[in-house]
Write a protein that binds this ligand. Structure first.
Ligand code: TXA
Ligand code: MG
Length: 345
């Protein structure tokens, strides 16, 4: 029998989302196996969220520290009790009522956890991060499965998140039984994470559902909503907020308004809009993410561009920056972490 490491074996791992693939995926998950799945944000490494044994395999496959809890995906609000302790305290229910229509979508809420979710998923916390994804493939699979699905981004811990089935294969091909190919992810950055709690909601990770939208929904200022980030960036409130995450092997630097300083001989540039021909010639390779500087397009293409440049053995990658507003907040958050690995403070 062909091992998974062989070419033929790995290529067969990626399957289009046709009818019987959903049943196969469901069966594999029920047997505590891992499956790569598309979502509208990034690809996830899926396991049965009710099975400690299955979830354990996620930590092993990713090389993920055991104190970093996982997001649990459920099919619908009606099935929220598969992950969350209901009824919610009135205060939390009022907060959820203001934002629940953002589901299905790229937003995760941290809520009290129900006892069917093992400690391994939540890293022992009495809260669980829960999301109802909008991607049709993820939704169909969740509807088919009689259990919720734990799924972190399908990359090795600390590497760039995957936005295609091929990215999943490259990082975790030896650990999954199947990768469902849903095409490139529409949004390209991981979900927004908001903790709903007694002292008010807090933004733990910026994403495509923007801080501006959330602040308006909750009747708060952005400063109030993001207070955890400003006040305690290194606390393990969302261990994904630890700075050294999402980094390529190649040193990555952000282009500030005073230029990028030294240009090394083999520099790759990620531009948010087209460069002038004169500027382009300064780089060995240029990845242009949008023809008009559209930040949604930038977010969609960013991780794939970082991964492509990281394959080239360059001396460094330099990347454009944008204002930390709207989707720009998520873009700058991910870029600062990618750069932090090489510029430790
Ligand atoms: O878009 C996404 O959210 C993707 C797709 C696959 O759904 N998933 C994803 O998972 O980004 P992951 O594991 O890469 O990031 C999960 C984040 C981590 O920062 C983790 O610390 C945080 O969620 N988290 C999980 N449970 C938590 C909890 N109970 N309290 C606070 N943060 C939590
Ligand atoms: Mg991740």
């Amino acid at each position: 029998m062909l091992g998974k490491a062989s070419n033929e074996g790995t290529m067969n791992l990626i399957q289009p989302p046709v009818h019987d693939v959903f049943q196969t995926a469901c069966d594999l998950l029920a047997q505590d196996k891992l499956v790569g799945i598309p979502t509208e944000t990034v690809y996830g490494l899926a396991a049965n969220a009710w099975s400690s044994a299955a979830v354990e395999k996620i930590f092993l496959a990713k090389g993920r520290p055991s104190n970093n809890p996982l997001i649990v995906h459920v099919a619908s609000v009606e099935r929220l009790s598969e992950a969350v302790k209901l009824p919610l305290p009135a205060m939390l229910q009022q907060q959820l009522d203001r934002v629940v229509d953002l589901w299905p979508g790229p937003i995760t809420f941290v809520l009290p956890r129900c006892m069917k979710i093992p400690d391994r998923v939540t890293a022992g916390s009495d809260t669980v991060a829960v999301r109802i994804p909008a991607h049709p493939v993820a939704r169909t699979l969740l509807e088919r499965c009689p259990f919720p699905i734990a799924a972190p981004s399908a990359n090795r811990s600390k590497y760039v998140s995957p936005t295609t089935a091929e990215h999943c294969l490259a990082g975790l091909g030896d650990h999954v039984e199947l990768i469902i190919d849903g095409g490139p992810c529409e949004l390209g950055v991981e979900s927004t994470i908001v903790a709903l709690q007694h002292d008010g909601p807090r933004l733990l990770r910026p994403g495509a559902v923007t801080a501006e939208v959330l602040a308006s929904r909750f009747g708060m200022t952005i400063e109030q909503l993001t207070r955890s980030i400003a006040a305690a960036p290194r606390r393990l409130e969302a261990p994904g907020m630890i700075r050294e995450h999402y980094s390529p092997i190649t040193p990555l630097h952000l282009l500030t308004s005073d230029g990028c300083g030294q240009i090394l001989p083999r520099t790759g540039r990620i531009a948010f809009r087209p460069l002038s021909p004169a500027e382009s010639t300064r780089y060995e390779v240029v990845e242009t993410l949008s023809t008009v500087g559209d930040l949604d397009e930038v977010a969609r293409g960013l991780f794939a561009a970082v991964r492509r440049l990281d394959q080239l053995g360059l001396d460094q990658i330099v990347v454009d920056t944008c204002d930390s507003t709207g989707i720009g907040r998520a873009i700058m958050d991910r870029l600062r972490r990618a750069a932090a690995a090489h510029n430790p403070d």
